[in-house]
Write a protein that binds this ligand. Structure first.
Ligand SMILES: N[C@@H](CCC(=O)N[C@@H](CS)C(=O)NCC(=O)O)C(=O)O
Length: 216
């Protein structure tokens, strides 16, 4: 069985939980508490030297980090990864956009302004840059979604699953989505698609991380 090392509140981890749920794949979920430093323990660093979540582990112990690489791997052979060569490249294009243009502003703002106690004061000097980058990414998405229902091809794909998690919680990072009606309509379309689960969803059996604070 696949094991997913995940942090429930992490948008990058949610991408993978969402895809696994949609595909109906059974998996073991190990909750890693980044606020307790569990991702920087020797045990986790032995699996992923960068110490980041999510991390997918195969039954033979092989590991795959990077949320979008995991999406790409798991979606192979399913309708969520386009077969058409150009649509497939378009999916990759938007997944690179998510990492390079979207996540650095939108996810960082949410993390520091909403999730880290005192983060707003700690990172005051970054807020303007996050807003500029985040709103820039939202404008690009809005323009695309004014003429397309989804990001790659005409149907829901891994590109949408890569962009949905951090976008739907962007207001937690002070972003006002009311200026982006096409983005809001797209969020509703993604949520309405079969098999969608919210960020709070997890499989019934969740294993706590066994390295809890012991060796941080
Ligand atoms: N590019 C990576 C980013 C992974 C990442 O930064 N994950 C965050 C949680 S959303 C994390 O592990 N943060 C803890 C840290 O960087 O110390 C991906 O998409 O998987």
């Amino acid at each position: 069985m696949l094991t997913l090392y995940s942090t429930q509140s992490s948008g990058n981890s949610y991408k993978v939980r969402l895809l696994l749920a949609k595909l109906g794949l059974a998996f073991r979920l190990v909750e890693v508490d980044i606020f307790a430093g569990e991702h920087r323990t020797p045990e986790f660093l032995a699996k992923h030297p960068e110490g980041r979540l999510p991390l997918l582990e195969f039954e033979d112990g092989t590991t795959l980090p990077e949320s979008n690489a995991i999406l790409f791997y798991l979606a192979e052979g399913t309708p969520l990864l386009p077969v058409d060569r150009l649509a497939r490249a378009e999916a990759l294009r938007w997944m690179f956009f998510e990492q390079n243009n979207h996540e650095p502003g939108i996810a960082q703002a949410r993390f520091w302004l909403n999730q880290v106690r005192g983060g707003r004061e700690l990172r005051t000097h970054d807020i303007d840059r996050w807003m500029e980058e985040g709103y820039g990414a939202l404008r690009v998405m809005e323009r695309h979604l004014q003429v397309h229902p989804f990001f790659a091809g005409e149907d829901l794909s891994v590109a949408d699953l890569a962009l949905f998690p951090h976008t739907h919680v962007a207001p937690e990072g002070d972003f006002d989505l009311s200026h982006f009606p096409a983005v809001q309509a797209w969020l509703a379309r993604v949520e309405a698609a079969p098999g969608h689960v919210p960020m709070t969803w997890r499989p019934q059996e969740v294993e706590p991380c066994s390295w809890r604070l012991a060796r941080v």
